[in-house]
Ligand binder design. Structure first.
Ligand code: NAD
Length: 550
């Protein structure tokens, strides 16, 4: 017993910041016999973020997408609901503070006039209790190993009026507010003394950003209008409802295969969702959205009852100050830069993963000198591949662009022996390096990073030398999105095995919808929420969605 106790005291202190996809994947796999794990996060639950659009229209209930973090990670991991506000990498210390929050949101509520309307639920008998008796003094914690996985925040591109008049769809309180605001629009439009013009404005929903978040929200909203509106609001005319999806680029879902974008736009056309491509939202006002078509000097306006803003993410101020504190090696303004082991560049024993981080791949072009013996002047693809074989783990990206390298090898100017000059090989690899894009800020990437880091840290604690271990390698399993009317789209490109199995063509329609549903059902973290999700889908199919403003 004594030795156990002693061991426990000597365990390295692992502090994990965050309770999102990456942190939870790590905490569920880290060996707590090897590490003394302490998690800090302002949110004491894990959120199944991909289902937020479904929550915002009542297809799925809020508790279905929430996993309380303590039972999820087990009692061997200590959790404190607080926010890390500063990190001292030299002293290996984090400074934390916390304000008790009623709904878990970290936003300054006084800014949100439209959101306040949505929050003001329950009529005049409802009141807000400001309970100042619960105090939370700031505190500091020492760490041996720190994992930063604090996510990112909404990017408004400083567009005027977004903070005051638009809704985001990033956290659970956002989805609750959107649901209440939709209900508020329908209730307000039903008042008999409304003018026709005002009713039409109230029934005009504007979604800004044609990425997966905007597309899925527009799809869920359209489903709700088609399936449930006439039951709940028979007096409202469905043809007066307008859902507009505004996208700055020339197509929606631009990160997906172009066939998926085309399919989704056609499908949205049939579902009466108007897609405004190549259009920027320049300002959001209380009752209208100011638009500008690309290349046109003129501005236009679209009346709106409610606006959802889904134009992507940007780093949190905390991440920016951490980057500045670390210094020159943190040159990427969009994220904390790590190496392929997820180690933060310039900060020993600090790791970063998920949306707040970006992996810097070693340049294959630059590394040619390490790979090819000095006296080699030319070589063919097979020889190059053989040289790479032992060093492949240092260049995880090679796996994803091996095909392109091979193809350019074949097209390149080979001599009569089919060999390539080393200088040409270098420029060829430089070209291949340029193809390299940062990993997308998705749940899939964060989840895989969390799993990797847990195993990696476990191996280190067992005595493995970090440099001998395999670096992180992302395995893309496809991109999928729900597009409404029981249809989904799935893009398997870049998935290797899956692409071979499902074929090169993306999958659209009802088959994709069943795959989408089975995928989310399996991805739910616990059996409890799997059951809740299955029942929510059944409930909304049999009895319709509950869109009352509660
Ligand atoms: P996104 O960055 O993927 O898309 C934002 C879109 O908004 C872009 O197409 C951009 O051109 C457009 N935009 C920017 N400013 C605009 C303006 N002023 N007016 C009009 N359009 C404007 O953002 P997202 O959809 O919130 O997704 C964020 C991340 O989460 C992405 O990495 C995404 O892949 C991931 N995600 C994935 C899924 C899924 O796989 N089903 C679902 C949701 C989010």
């Amino acid at each position: 017993l004594f030795s156990l106790q002693k061991d426990r005291e000597n365990k390295p202190k692992l502090v994990v910041l965050g309770t999102g996809w990456a942190s939870v994947a790590l905490m569920r796999r880290i060996d707590t016999k090897l590490y003394d794990v302490q998690c800090i996060s302002p949110r004491n639950y894990f959120l199944m973020t991909p289902l937020l659009p479904s929550v915002s229209v009542g297809t799925v209930e809020t508790r279905t997408v929430v996993e309380p973090v303590r039972p999820l990670v087990g009692t061997n991991i200590k959790f404190l609901e607080a926010e890390c506000v500063d990190i001292d990498p030299e002293k290996k210390r984090v400074v934390c503070q916390s304000t008790p929050s009623i709904d878990g949101s970290q936003t300054n509520e006084s800014q949100f006039s439209q959101r306040d309307v949505a929050d003001n639920v329950g009529g005049s008998s409802s009141r807000r209790v400001h309970d100042g008796a619960r105090t939370r003094p700031p505190f500091e914690l020492d760490y041996d190993v720190l994992v930063v996985a604090v996510g990112a925040e909404n990017n408004t591109f400083n567009t005027p009026g977004v903070d005051s008049h638009a809704h985001f769809l990033k956290e659970l309180p956002d989805a609750r507010r959107v649901r209440a605001a939709i209900s508020d629009c329908f209730e307000s439009a039903s008042i008999p003394s409304q003018t026709e013009e005002e009713r039409k404005r109230l029934l005009s929903f504007v979604v800004v950003g044609g990425g997966p978040t905007g597309v899925e929200f527009a799809a869920e909203l359209s489903d709700m209008v088609h399936e449930d509106l006439s039951k709940n609001f028979p007096q409202l005319d469905r043809s007066e409802i307008r859902i507009s999806l505004v996208e700055a680029l020339d197509q929606i879902l631009s990160m997906y295969d172009h066939k998926i974008s085309e399919y989704t736009e056609k499908h949205f056309d049939r579902e009466n969702i108007s897609v405004l491509n190549s259009t920027f939202v320049k300002e959001v006002k209380q009752t209208e959205v100011v638009l500008q078509k690309r290349g046109s000097p003129e501005k236009d306006s679209l009346p709106c009852g409610m606006v959802v803003w889904a134009t992507g993410i940007k780093p949190r101020p905390f991440v920016n100050s951490l980057r500045k504190r670390i210094g020159a090696l943190q040159s990427n303004p969009r994220a904390v830069v790590t190496d392929t082991y997820l180690r933060v560049m310039g900060a020993p024993t600090m790791y970063a993963m998920g949306d707040c981080s970006s992996i810097q791949m070693p340049k294959v072009g630059d590394a040619i000198a390490n790979l090819v013996p000095e006296d080699t002047k030319e070589l063919d693809f097979e020889e190059f591949a053989a040289l790479l074989k032992d060093r492949m783990h240092e260049y995880p990206q090679l796996e994803s662009y091996a095909e392109q390298v091979k193809a350019s090898f074949e097209k390149a100017d080979l001599n009569q022996d089919g060999k390539l000059q080393i200088s040409e090989l270098k420029s060829l690899l430089d070209e291949a390096d340029k193809l390299l894009r940062p990993l997308p800020a998705t749940a899939q990437v964060a989840n895989q990073e969390g799993k990797f880091l847990a195993q990696h840290l476990n191996k280190i604690a067992h005595g493995s030398d970090e440099e001998d271990l395999e670096p992180f390698r992302y395995r893309h399993l496809g991109s999928l999105a729900y597009v409404g009317g029981d249809k989904a789209v799935i893009d398997f490109s870049g998935t290797g095995v899956l692409q071979k199995f499902f074929g090169l063509e993306p999958i659209n329609g009802r088959g994709a919808f069943y795959l989408w549903r089975s995928f989310y059902l399996t991805e739910m973290v616990t059996l409890r929420t799997k059951i809740l999700l299955a029942f929510d889908w059944l409930r909304s199919k049999l009895f319709g969605r509950d869109i009352s403003r509660v």
